[in-house]
Design a protein around this ligand. Structure first.
Ligand code: PBG
Length: 406
């Protein structure tokens, strides 16, 4: 499409009154922007300079990054980050004792699956070509130590068996290794009353080392059920080392540990707590990190790597892009990021109001998580996005459509 080269510089003027007309009035426009005086023609852009000799007059930019943004095809060619289904992981919830999938009000389109619909969802995920699924179990009974997590007949262990049997050859089957869905108090481990809060009265907190013993049991149960990957998400000190040792001693040397290494105590887990019917009262600030901290994440990651993590994860993703970038620069193993329930819910809510372009916003958030340095992204949109990518819609951010298809 031909248009005069000078046209773009008056876009500001065309857009409406009130804006400075950059380029139209070089004295206040270009000069004001520190770009100096226009070339000899003066009084606006000397079109001869652009179209004639190819050497614009003094004062015009020699470097024009916009040149590569001029058409959808150029943008597509020069994009630095592309999404691929293989790097996406879909979290799935399975609930004990239900005969129909149960919708999660704060996560439109996401459900608590029955064992049967979970199998079907995993099969669909495999067909969509995504990299893996991350399973979370919602038991019908809970207790103080989260017995359901280590019971071979517990819902998560049973579901892992089901899904591995269904699609284990086609995608990576991951399971959450944490007690919070299984404890009646909703915490990620077993509780103890300690004196840490001396002066504020005793506080009930999670007993780190007693919890490690439970995690070791849970790791053995999940690996025995066939999980390819266990996601240590409890933020106990030493959990990766304890789980690695337990797996190795039980003959599961090949079970992969995806370490939730940097995990912030985030308000954005709210919808997830509804999803897993969490009993939590209070918060997890004695074990999850303060969102204000950055160095601490690098320490957490270094510890997990030293303890034998195979993949490290940062969570939540969208509010931790700086952390993802620095983690990616500091490790030589894959880096994952979890786009959590609150990130999903915020965007879905805005899209439902018509306040945001849902598809573009989803692709933008995922792309920038990858741009920050994540190799793997857990997202509730994984299989939907994989479908878009398969449709040739991978360049939607560039505004490009292969064959115009859409
Ligand atoms: C812990 C766990 C949580 C999430 C993933 N694993 C909840 C928590 O830490 O409170 C949150 C995921 C999300 O919000 O999407 N089992």
């Amino acid at each position: 499409m031909a248009r005069p080269r000078g046209a773009r510089v008056v876009v500001g003027a065309a857009r409406g009154a009130g804006r400075p007309e950059v380029g139209r009035s070089p004295d206040v426009g270009l000069a004001g922007a520190g770009l100096g005086q226009p070339g000899p023609a003066g009084g606006g852009f000397p079109s001869a300079g652009f179209h004639g000799t190819g050497s614009p007059g003094a004062g015009f930019p020699g470097a024009r990054p916009r040149r590569l943004r001029g058409t959808p095809a150029l943008r597509r060619l020069t994009t630095e980050t592309r999404l691929h289904p293989g790097e996406l992981v879909l979290p799935l919830f399975v609930r004990e004792g239900v005969s129909e999938p149960v919708p999660i009000a704060s996560m439109p389109g996401v459900v608590n699956h029955t064992r049967d619909t979970l199998r079907a969802a995993a099969e669909q995920a495999a067909r969509a070509g995504i990299g893996g699924v991350m399973l979370f179990g919602v038991p019908s009974t809970k207790d103080a130590v989260g017995s359901g997590a280590t019971d071979p007949a517990g819902i998560l262990n049973v579901a892992v068996r089901d899904v591995v049997a269904e699609v284990g050859g086609d995608l990576v089957v991951m399971a959450d290794l944490c007690l919070d869905e299984f404890t009646d108090h909703g915490h990620c481990g077993v509780l103890v009353t300690d004196g840490l809060a001396a002066g504020f009265g005793d506080q009930v907190t999670v007993d780190n080392d007693a919890t490690l013993l439970r995690y070791a049991d849970m790791a053995r149960a999940l690996a025995a059920a066939g999980a390819h990957v266990v996601g240590t998400s409890g933020m106990m000190d030493g959990q990766v080392g304890a789980v690695r040792a337990a797996l190795d001693a039980a003959g599961h040397a090949d079970t992969v540990i995806l370490a939730y290494a940097a995990k912030y105590a985030s308000a954005l887990y709210g919808p997830f707590r509804e999803a897993v019917d969490s009993s939590l009262v209070g918060d997890r600030r004695t074990y999850q990190q303060d969102p204000a901290n950055h160095r601490e994440s690098l320490r957490e990651v270094a510890l997990d790597v030293a303890e034998g993590a195979d993949i490290v994860m940062v969570k939540p993703a969208g509010t931790s892009l700086d952390v993802i970038a620095d983690v990616a620069a500091s490790v030589d193993i894959p880096v994952a990021a979890y786009q959590v329930s609150g990130e999903f819910a915020m965007l879905e809510a805005a899209a439902a109001q018509g306040w945001i372009d849902r598809e573009r916003a989803i692709l933008e958030t995922l792309t920038v998580i990858r741009r920050a340095g994540a190799d793997i992204v857990l997202t509730y949109w994984a299989d939907e996005v994989a479908g878009w990518l398969a449709d040739g819609r991978d360049d939607v951010l560039a505004g490009h459509r292969v064959g115009g298809a859409r």
